[in-house]
Design a protein around this ligand. Structure first.
Ligand code: C2E
Ligand code: MG
Ligand code: MG
Ligand code: MG
Length: 287
């Protein structure tokens, strides 16, 4: 009897494993075709000067329109990274973000900038600088209007090499931002040497941020560290007016989060009146 249950259990387990492997394979096949089928999209989330604006740039966030469903990166990026598909996808992202930025500049927003997330594999490609230069020159954008966001974890995988890569990129003129800061294991010695201009505090520290909390002390310490290194400090995942005010008091320069603006399609951005992107006088932003 026990043996039977065991067998059935085993059988069931194998079936569900197969179903899962099948789904992943299907996902991979579809993802391979996604660029050609024009199913990839970029949404853009605004970054605001603390506390109420104006907008100082947008972060490009990848979406995949698959069978009428909008997928976020957590569903497909790990697979893209594992299989190397992130390389052509990442190139598409950079090209599309630059195309969009050029368009915004023509449409009367000459001061807008765009930030693009760079994956670990992409960051380690020997020809990353060449690709970046080629795309930026094609779209005729000042390199300083492009920020490359690299996570702390990626930057610290091989810190000596990262210093090298970022030095070449920033000498060309693009900006570098250390993303998801606080979740990796930074060597302060290398952090000091990284030619980044911005540090983004991971949303995990902002979620439950209230005065006097442990998170508040950590955020305060990160801000102090960033200021010492003369970095612009961005908080991601700002969802409440309390967090907005508190982060501003603590000296955070830039705020990003659902409170101030969700990731939006270019059409949604164009539909907003220009005043939406200007400074707001009081705590009156609620969408
Ligand atoms: P990230 O770069 O740290 O981006 C922030 C994520 O937090 C985004 O999720 C954004 O939609 C979400 N977010 C923004 N404000 C809030 C908020 O107030 N509350 C909460 N709960 N979440 C907020 P998303 O778009 O799903 O992207 C997830 C991650 O995927 C990104 O984290 C980034 O690491 C990666 N990613 C996104 N687009 C690309 C891309 O084009 N290339 C690469 N390599 N990675 C990308
Ligand atoms: Mg980012
Ligand atoms: Mg981040
Ligand atoms: Mg994050």
């Amino acid at each position: 009897h026990t043996k039977n249950t065991g067998r059935n259990g085993h059988h069931f387990f194998q079936k569900s494993m197969n179903a899962n492997a099948h789904n992943q394979l299907q996902l991979l096949n579809d993802l391979r075709a996604a660029i050609d089928h024009k199913e990839l999209r970029l949404h853009y989330q605004p970054k605001f000067v603390a506390p109420h604006g104006p907008v100082c740039g947008f972060e490009a966030l990848l979406r995949w329109e698959r069978h009428g469903v909008t997928l976020t990166p957590d569903v497909f990026l790990p697979l893209a990274e594992k299989t190397g598909l992130i390389i052509p996808i990442g190139e598409w992202v950079l090209n599309e973000a630059c195309r969009q930025l050029h368009q915004w500049h023509l449409e009367g927003h000459p001061d807008w900038t765009v930030a693009v997330n760079i994956s670990a594999l992409q960051f380690e490609q020997p020809n990353l600088l060449e690709k970046v230069m080629e795309i930026i020159e094609y779209h005729q954008i000042p390199p300083a209007m492009i920020t490359l966001e690299v996570t702390e974890t990626t930057a610290m995988r091989d810190p000596e090499n990262s210093v090298n890569i970022l030095e070449r990129l920033t000498q060309y003129g693009v900006k570098a931002s250390i993303d998801d800061f606080g979740t990796g294991y930074s060597s302060l010695l290398y952090l000091k040497r990284l030619p980044a201009s911005e540090l983004k505090i991971d949303g995990a520290f902002i979620n439950e941020l209230i005065a006097g909390s442990e998170d508040a002390s950590i955020v305060q310490a990160i801000i102090a560290l960033g200021k010492t290194l003369k970095l612009n400090i961005v908080a991601e995942g700002v969802e409440t007016a309390q967090q907005q005010n508190f982060l501003t008091e603590m000296g955070c320069n830039t705020l990003q989060g659902y409170l101030l603006g969700r990731p939006m399609t270019p059409a949604q951005i164009a539909a907003k009146p220009d005043s939406e992107w200007q400074a707001h006088p009081a705590n009156n932003k609620s969408s």
